[in-house]
Design a binder for this molecule. Structure first.
Ligand code: ADP
Length: 324
């Protein structure tokens, strides 16, 4: 298991409080005897787009509900833009736009009617301008005259996002925003979140590794209520045991595993079919020439050889399957 240091959690910006959009300190949440969040700490700087990645039941929604002032922590504290979620909930909420996992929309309302209602809840002045601005920002114009119930899941998510940004919050908390979307809708919503992330701090939960790769500069991986890793998204592969890749090789005749294992950089060898091998290579050095020379020295020809990066899903599994 990779254990976070205080430095990696805050990316060294602990001292600069004003730059922090979200601070979570030793937060726990217990439902009866069940620990949903267990002593979690992290900080998210202004303007960061951070993925909150974990398998189902990891505690993502619970943590987000605490940050958005919907439920109190059992212990610990959390702040949004410097406002304590327990002591200064009203101020904290003004800074937050929240898209819950099950986007609670009034399906009998028209899009504009619903967003006007949300603007009223926030007691915003200049409501119709703010409603039109939110509709424009999330690309809802073409569907804005319809009832919410008549919209596709992708457009319903846009309504949820419009409602989340209508008061122009500094921080967006998005709980599984692409869950249940078809592949086209998924791409559209991801692009929209990337665009919103250029102006706002975004914390987004997901159980899909590719999602954080597509959207987030930094990823906090959680499992069983605890932070397992907190890293720049580009470093995740390195984190899960170093850079590595797999070679799939098909030879013209039999070969022994030990001979393949003798190639420099090769850390594991698996026979996956008649004269077919999967070879795990640690590091980035290209060993294909060494494998070809080895085959030749044994009087064999390489029929096929392909190089595959280790899947991010595997990395995620290895980070979240540690014994806790
Ligand atoms: P995630 O969002 O990562 O799927 P959750 O925060 O929803 O995880 O849940 C974390 C754990 O807390 C799970 O074991 C879940 O069953 C439990 N849990 C969540 N909400 C409640 C609740 N209201 N009452 C009891 N247990 C809950």
């Amino acid at each position: 298991m990779y254990v976070c240091t205080a430095e990696t959690r805050s990316f060294g910006r602990e001292s600069d409080r004003s730059a922090m959009s979200i601070e979570v300190n030793n937060v726990t949440k217990k439902y009866g005897s069940q620990w949903a969040v267990n002593n979690m700490s992290f900080a998210i700087g202004k303007g960061e787009v951070v993925g909150f990645l974990g398998p189902n039941g990891a505690g993502k929604s619970t943590m987000m509900k605490i940050i958005t002032c919907y439920i109190p922590p059992t212990s610990g504290d959390a702040k949004v833009c410097g406002f304590d979620v327990m002591q200064q909930g009203i101020e904290a909420r003004k800074k937050i736009g929240y898209l819950p996992e099950h986007n609670p929309l009034y399906t009998d309302m028209y899009v504009k009617e619903y967003l006007t209602f949300i603007a009223d809840v926030y007691r915003l002045s200049g409501r119709s301008e703010k409603v039109m601005n939110a509709i424009d920002r999330v690309g809802l114009e073409v569907e804005s005259h319809k009832k919410i119930g008549a919209l596709s899941k992708g457009y319903r998510q846009r309504v949820g996002l419009a409602a989340a940004i209508i008061h122009d919050p500094e921080v967006l908390i998005l709980d599984e925003p692409t869950s249940g979307l078809d592949p086209n809708q998924l791409v559209d919503i991801r692009e929209l979140i990337i665009a919103l992330g250029r102006e706002k701090t975004v914390m987004l939960s997901t159980h899909i590794m590719q999602e954080v790769e597509a959207i987030c500069g930094r990823t906090i991986i959680i499992n069983k209520g605890e932070v397992m890793a907190d890293e720049a998204t580009g470093n995740l592969r390195h984190l899960a045991g170093g850079e590595s890749y797999d070679l799939t090789v098909e030879l013209s005749g039999p070969m022994e595993a030990d001979v393949l294992r003798s190639v420099r950089g090769v850390v594991a060898v698996k026979n996956i079919g008649p004269q077919q091998w999967s070879i795990r290579v640690a590091g980035r050095e290209d060993v294909r020439k060494d494998v070809a020379e080895l085959a030749m020295s044994k009087g064999l020809v390489i029929l096929t050889m392909t190089r595959n990066e280790v899947k991010l899903e595997e990395i995620f599994k290895s980070l979240t399957s540690s014994i806790k």
